[in-house]
Ligand binder design. Structure first.
Ligand SMILES: CC(=O)SCCNC(=O)CCNC(=O)[C@H](O)C(C)(C)COP(=O)(O)OP(=O)(O)OC[C@H]1O[C@@H](n2cnc3c(N)ncnc32)[C@H](O)[C@@H]1OP(=O)(O)O
Ligand SMILES: Nc1ncnc2c1ncn2[C@@H]1O[C@H](COP(=O)(O)OP(=O)(O)OP(=O)(O)O)[C@@H](O)[C@H]1O
Length: 726
């Protein structure tokens, strides 16, 4: 490998300056890959941990064997299990992107490397292999705008080593531009401060006792990725136990159990440093699930269980990933809560979440802690800078004035205007919790998408064409084949056996978002209107969307005349919700089919709310049931009416009349003769249809048990009165 640069010198400077080395190899990769590892090993003779990160693509195992010939201590991880390594720190990370470059996975692999460590991403060609991914390509058509931009960033950033077909391109960086993590504060707990890497972490130790103060307390800990949030909160939790007058039950939760593992691991370290006796329960793969200290306990539980537990303090790690509704729910149930979250990262942005908690005016007193200094590498690390720019992790919505106009925008011209791209993509980053670098790739590379932007970059919608499927394609879906590129037809053909729907042509609004400061002013609706006019003009049968159910978002689609046709039958645990599909039909065939399937959905929701949908927010169920079309009439016998009256007068308890309440509810939702507000209907749904206790019905609605029962009685009385049933 010939080069004009002294590669060892570059590596040495990074080691002394505690910043990361990123090498990207494109083209003929074997020789340079081994050579770069070799050069690095001359600088860092004994890297203790390296990992090889690869897709299950052909040949990746063989390539691993080459790497093992020069580097024996390498762990092999496939793309899909990468999540479990997010909290770890490695010396070396080698990313196989041959025929499969996925920005979100690559970002994960880069993040786990410490300052002075080496990251190598190698590929035959960045855009190779996308043709086989049906979310990105249609009929072999795909753009390469993301990769072209990525390459441009590789060339323009300092400190990145880009090997392109036999030539090394590097713009030098210097260790003098990086400041190393330092800890100068001893803080209130010097024996624990010693375990901290930065003063920011010591600050968390010093402030944690805020949670023990009298009353409802909310601690919000935020930072960009890799600032040691989880570790510092973990170190701090045992302090709460030592300072409390009573035994404490602390529950820790996080979207996946790997992301909570760091907190538990550091809590154990802290207990040891404090010389506390404790017992621990570990999982089969060695992660700590529970620490028992006398009568006190710190334990990790999955979000679904954690939120309804009885305990003193709830700690939510990666809280933004669980969404605002989860946070609202736990704040209604728990008096003492710590929300720990990433502001901008690869796993989704916490910006919108932060904005919400910056103006929090609930019952809890709030304390905010921000961690700024990275723990894995120095401040000024060129790789962090590069990734922020290449993946637009910090992009912000410009929030300019709304000019009342929506235009269809050509994606290529958007990618040629860096400032506009950042502000349009910034809308997605700030408005959606779960934006990841793959979304930027989707924006650039999906050749079959249409992009609509509200003028002045106030809102954006990505639309993809779906349907028009051949008989053969429909048959294969019916027999169980996935077809991610045609999501709405897929769901209606597979789950509702409505094969004819596959032939219709539609547009799916894949994403729609409005700059946070401008939401609720009609911009989203205007975007939809423009899309509908364009779509109808082009003769499509329907427009629809599939999204994670949230009350506000469903209301938005409802307001714009969309009807629900499908609700997933399993809650997506890591995203914390059910997905809903809504459509607006244009052609008569689409009108007939969507109304038929929507009626079936109503039936399913009514009959299975106690089993399939027992976990769905009852306000969402209420609104879905109201949006499906009216069905057959339901007769209620006079004896049932008498029973209901007796309940309202306090002569019979709820359990004695539950079947009559159920029938009355069924009558309401099937006939839909008049409107009743969502919260009133939600009391009926959560108690009578989902079978929740008064207590749990109350928690999900922010009411006390007796308020729920009173509201239910009022709802029954209102429905009886409207139907003139006496
Ligand atoms: C496929 C998908 O992408 S679905 C995901 C949708 N996107 C998101 O959740 C990102 C965050 N939210 C947003 O970007 C926007 O609020 C959107 C796109 C949902 C709606 O756009 P907006 O311009 O805010 O909506 P618009 O003003 O036209 O309509 C307001 C209605 O939407 C609903 N709504 C949903 N979210 C909001 C919100 N944050 N603020 C105000 N209204 C909201 C309300 O029902 C409201 O009607 P109401 O005022 O009568 O109660
Ligand atoms: N005080 C510390 N001593 C040793 N290692 C630490 C310390 N703090 C953090 N680390 C390590 O640094 C890495 C990042 O820490 P942590 O997971 O707490 O960061 P985070 O801010 O929660 O970031 P992420 O967004 O990656 O979850 C982890 O591998 C962790 O083990």
């Amino acid at each position: 490998m010939k080069s004009n640069y002294d590669i060892q010198e570059i590596f040495r400077d990074a080691v002394s300056g505690n910043y990361r080395n990123l090498v990207v190899i494109e083209g003929d990769y074997r020789e340079p890959l081994l050579e770069f590892i070799h050069e690095y090993l001359k600088v860092e003779r004994n890297p203790s941990t390296g990992y090889y990160f690869h897709p299950w693509a052909q040949g990746s195992k063989e390539r691993l064997n080459w790497i093992r010939s020069v580097l024996t201590t390498v762990t092999d991880i496939d793309y899909s299990s990468s999540e479990r390594y997010l909290g770890s720190t490695f010396d070396l990370s080698i990313i196989d992107a041959v025929d499969d470059f996925r920005p979100s996975y690559a970002a994960r692999a880069v993040e786990t490397v410490r300052g002075g460590g080496l990251i190598i991403l190698y590929t035959n060609r960045l855009e190779e292999g996308k043709l086989y991914r049906d979310t990105l390509t249609r009929d072999g058509k795909v753009n390469n705008l993301f990769e072209e931009r990525f390459r441009h960033k590789l060339l323009s950033h300092r400190g990145i080593l880009y090997w392109n077909d036999g030539e090394l391109i590097v713009r030098p960086y210097s260790s003098s531009e990086v400041s190393k993590p330092k800890r100068s504060r001893k803080g209130k707990y010097p024996e624990l401060a010693k375990l901290c890497k930065t003063d920011d972490q010591v600050k968390v130790l010093d402030e944690i006792d805020f949670l023990l103060e009298e009353g409802k307390k909310l601690l919000v800990v935020t930072a960009p990725r890799g600032r040691g949030k989880s570790a510092s909160v973990g170190l701090a939790l045992p302090l709460l136990i030592s300072q409390s007058k009573y035994p404490l039950s602390i529950v820790v939760t996080s979207p996946t159990y790997w992301s909570g593992a760091e907190i538990m691991r550091f809590s154990e370290m802290s207990l040891k440093a404090l010389h506390k006796r404790f017992r621990k329960v570990i999982s089969r793969d060695g992660k700590i699930l529970s620490l028992e200290i006398g009568e006190s306990r710190i334990r990790w539980l999955p979000p679904e269980l954690a939120r309804d537990q009885h305990g003193d303090i709830l700690v939510v790690d990666e809280a933004a990933a669980l969404g605002k509704e989860f946070a609202d729910y736990v704040l209604r149930r728990w008096n003492k809560v710590a929300l720990v979250t990433t502001v901008h990262g690869y796993e989704g942005s916490g910006k919108i979440f932060l904005k919400i908690f910056d103006s929090y005016d609930g019952e809890h007193d709030v304390q905010r802690l921000k961690l700024d200094f990275p723990v894995r590498y120095g401040k000024g690390d060129p790789v962090e800078r590069f990734l922020n720019d290449a993946f637009l992790l910090n992009a912000d919505a410009t929030e300019g004035e709304d000019l009342n106009k929506v235009a269809e925008v050509d994606v290529r011209s958007l990618f040629e205007d860096e400032e506009r791209l950042a502000s349009v993509y910034g809308i997605l980053v700030t408005a959606h919790y779960r934006n990841t670098p793959d979304d930027l790739m989707m924006l650039g590379d999906m050749a079959f998408q249409r992009l609509f932007v509200a003028e002045n970059n106030a809102g954006v919608a990505q639309v993809v064409e779906e349907g028009g499927l051949s008989q053969e394609a429909i048959k294969s879906i019916a027999q169980g084949e996935e077809n991610l590129g045609h999501l709405i037809p897929h769901r209606l053909v597979k789950y509702w056996r409505l094969f004819e729907f596959g032939e219709l042509r539609g547009w799916r609004v894949m994403r729609i978002a409005v700059a946070p400061a401008l939401q609720g002013r009609g911009i989203g609706s205007k975007l939809l209107r423009e899309i509908e006019i364009k779509g109808e003009g082009e003769g499509i049968d329907w427009i629809g969307s599939s999204f994670l159910a949230s009350y506000n978002v469903i209301k938005f689609w409802a307001k714009n005349g969309y009807i629900p046709v499908h609700v997933s039958t399993k809650k997506n645990e890591s995203l914390g919700g059910y997905s809903v599909i809504v459509v607006k039909p244009f052609s008569s065939a689409a009108k007939e089919m969507s109304s038929r399937v929507s009626l079936l959905l109503k039936d399913k929701l009514l009959r299975t709310s106690h089993q399939v949908y027992f976990n769905l927010d009852p306000r969402i169920l209420a609104i879905l049931l109201k949006l499906t079309p009216p069905a057959s009439n339901v007769t209620i016998s006079d004896l049932y009416v008498k029973k209901l009256r007796a309940y309202l007068e306090g002569l019979l308890p709820y359990n004695s009349v539950a079947e009559a309440v159920h029938l009355l509810g069924e009558k309401y939702f099937k006939e839909l003769r008049f409107d009743v507000d969502d919260v009133s209907l939600a009391t009926l749904i959560s108690r009578t249809f989902q079978g929740k206790s008064w207590y749990h019905a109350g928690v999900s609605l922010g009411l006390t048990s007796s308020q729920v029962e009173q509201r239910l009685k009022d709802t029954i009385a209102l429905i009886l009165e409207k139907y003139q049933l006496s």
